[in-house]
Design a protein around this ligand. Structure first.
Ligand code: NAD
Ligand code: DAU
Length: 338
């Protein structure tokens, strides 16, 4: 199996590359990434000499480049993660979200259709369903009601992927996952931002009243779900993935401070995010039933491990904060792939 992972130098993508090399040792993993601010070759440290992983510096919006990669590596299946992923950035500057998330996905779908790729997994988000009230959970049949430019662009990408299945018969599976946490997450997202700020003795900015709820899933459990969706998902179907670990932001931030032995006085309530979704929760029954997927990490243990990882790897996040990581230009002795 030759699998193309797009966005494999980001948070989930780099964890997925490692997961694939460990759990599917006979697969070849081609990792196409543009290395935006969110892409970091240091997330793949230790894989330099692994011939099963090939890094290609490329853009999902570059159709000719996509053709070269699909043909040159005889790609059988695609796990499409490359995206602009941060809601706050999409509020400050939506355009790149439409370019990468919508147009980039369409270019990739078209290239896969022409090259006869056997399976396309569109890695999406629970945010396409919008916000929940105090009870209930998103199923795959929940209406699509995205709130932010980020989630609207992901919704557009999902619909294009499903349209390529319906119209052209491309073998597409869509996964929609809740909030991930784990190692190598860019410290603009809630958990790493709070850990890093606490370690630096800086204020922890909690948006609004801090009562917004997210449903947390360990990134390795997400990776397991993506591989199962690739192997077992039915074409044209959507699968929700979620950890069953709903937490209010404020409670989560207090838990991180407790884990680090830092005072709650570091918490600073700040102006709320525009259009801020109040609550997400996933009903993963279909993924459990059809894919045999089940998370293996409890939230308390997974969060503790994750906080420790950031404590033990200051060199990783210090280089991210200083921008030094952007000077890392080669991954393998072969350099950037063709
Ligand atoms: P991330 O921002 O950490 O990484 C995104 C990666 O995509 C980076 O390596 C970046 O360089 C790359 N990229 C961006 N534009 C590109 C382009 N034009 N061409 C090629 N590569 C490009 O994101 P993440 O948190 O790892 O999320 C990965 C995917 O999973 C996204 O599609 C996101 O919507 C989805 N998702 C994320 C979460 C979460 O909690 N983080 C939850 C559900 C779904
Ligand atoms: O639900 C899945 C989504 O989860 C993914 O599709 C997105 O790519 C990913 O970024 C994430 O989106 P969120 O907006 O939920 O994640 P974020 O970490 O930005 O924020 C989580 C919650 O914490 C949200 O309610 C906003 C709040 N927050 C966030 C930051 C960065 C704060 O209160 N303070 C902060 O500094």
């Amino acid at each position: 199996m030759n699998v193309l992972v797009t966005g494999g130098c980001g948070f989930i993508g780099s964890n997925l590359v490692r997961y694939l090399l460990r759990e599917r040792p006979d697969w070849k993993v081609v990792n196409l990434d543009r290395l935006t601010y969110a892409g970091n070759l240091e997330n793949l440290a230790g894989l330099e000499d692994d011939p099963r992983h090939v890094f290609v510096h490329g853009d999902v919006c570059d159709r000719a480049g996509l053709d070269r990669v699909l043909a040159g590596h005889a790609i059988d299946a695609v796990l499409h993660l490359a995206a602009e992923s941060h809601v706050d950035r999409s509020i400050q500057g939506p355009e790149v979200f439409v370019t990468t998330n919508v147009l980039g996905t369409q270019h990739l779908l078209e290239a896969c259709r022409e090259r006869g790729v056997r399976r396309f997994v569109q890695v999406s988000t629970d945010e396409v369903y919008g916000s929940l009230g105090p009870s209930g959970a998103f199923t795959e049949e929940s209406p699509l009601q995205p709130s932010s430019p980020y989630s609207a662009s992901k919704t557009g990408a999902d619909l294009l992927a499903l349209a390529y299945h319906h119209t052209f018969g491309l073998d597409v599976v869509v996964t929609r996952c809740s909030n991930n946490y784990g190692r190598y997450q860019f410290p603009e997202k809630l958990i790493p931002r709070m850990v890093v700020n606490a370690l630096r003795g800086e204020p922890l900015p909690v948006y609004g009243d801090g009562q917004h709820v997210r449903d947390w899933l360990h990134v390795e459990d997400h990776c397991q779900g993506l591989v199962l969706a690739l192997e077992k998902g039915r074409a044209g179907q959507v699968y929700n993935l979620g950890g069953g670990a709903e937490r209010r932001n404020l409670d989560l931030v207090k838990g991180i401070l407790a884990e680090l032995g830092k005072p709650e006085s570091l918490i600073q309530f700040v102006t709320d995010r525009l259009g801020h979704d109040r609550r997400y929760a996933i009903d993963p029954a279909k993924s459990r039933r059809e894919l045999g997927w089940a998370p293996t990490h409890t939230f308390e243990q997974g969060l503790g491990d994750t906080v420790r990882w950031y404590v033990e790897h200051p060199e990783w996040w210090e280089r991210v904060l200083s921008g030094a990581y952007r000077n890392t230009v080669t991954l393998t002795p072969r350099g950037r792939g063709a």
